[in-house]
Design a protein. Sequence first.
Length: 323
Amino acid sequence: MPAIRTDGLTKYYGDVRGIEDLSLSVEEGEVFGFLGPNGAGKTTVIRTLLGFQSPTRGSATVLGADVEDAEALREARSRVGYLPSEPGFDERVTGRRLLEYHGELRGDTRSDELLELFDPPLDRPVGDYSRGNRQMLAIVLAFMHDPDLLIMDEPTSGLDPLKQETFLEFVRTERERGTTFFFSSHVLSEVRKVCDRVGIVRDGHLVEVSTVDSLLDRSGKQVRVTLGDSPDKGAFDLPGAHDVTVGGRTQWDDDENASREDGVTTVSFTYTGRYEPLLRRLLEHDLRDLAIEEAPLEDVFMRFYDTDAEETVERVEAEAEDA
Ligand SMILES: Nc1ncnc2c1ncn2[C@@H]1O[C@H](COP(=O)(O)OP(=O)(O)OP(=O)(O)O)[C@@H](O)[C@H]1O
């Protein structure tokens, strides 16, 4: 049984579309990252999964419980930890009182251990907390009853870089224990570090579900070559070579020497083809240096986020499949 399953899940706020026909499943023990630009529908999915709002159409289950079956969902939620994007607390009470209250309500088997990692000033009223301290308190509250599934909305927002690392390390350790995570994020480096799979949502639609590695594979490599000669226009007109730039210019210069600096020419492009034809082509030149690197994850995601880039994604993916 998947930890989370949605089937054609749709939520409208009046005429405003939150999400449309969204189907996905998160397996037990998986860390699933949910990505998308502002207003894409991430929080809408999370709030619907937690039963804070009803779907307009479609269905969803959390740990087997139908989100529209209040009783079943209430039972399932005792095994779920929720970390909201902007934790709302009664501002007058202290962090310690909140911990006690949550402990009485849901149980507390882990707060001591968690407070060693995340240490908000427990004896101060929450209203006096900094953004980072609020987030740390919310983390302790979400994990203290040792849930099987964590649903988190931008969990590292407000944490300083050191605490962000602590949190990601903690997620990795929890994953080893078999805990399932479903979380929304804008921070691609953290997604890279902890996620087994990612789903990308745009304009309320799920546009991609994939492993991070497969996304990167399909997005091709960044190739940068330094040549001792001046290649002709079209020298890198290879199947699978995109956005070829010479000496930092996107246009091949008519005056071939103009693209040369210090007697060498630098050519860079994104490459989704096979290596053999590329290497053969490179060896026709006076090859001085060659770097083939992963495309930056930001670029990969921008292709999915940017509506205008849709055609580019389709073209690059089709070529990668052909290659
Ligand atoms: N309570 C609401 N009433 C009306 N419209 C809403 C409501 N909540 C969300 N929306 C709309 O639904 C769409 C999806 O919003 P949602 O908050 O789910 O996006 P998000 O991906 O979480 O965005 P962000 O990254 O900015 O948090 C947006 O157009 C938003 O304006």
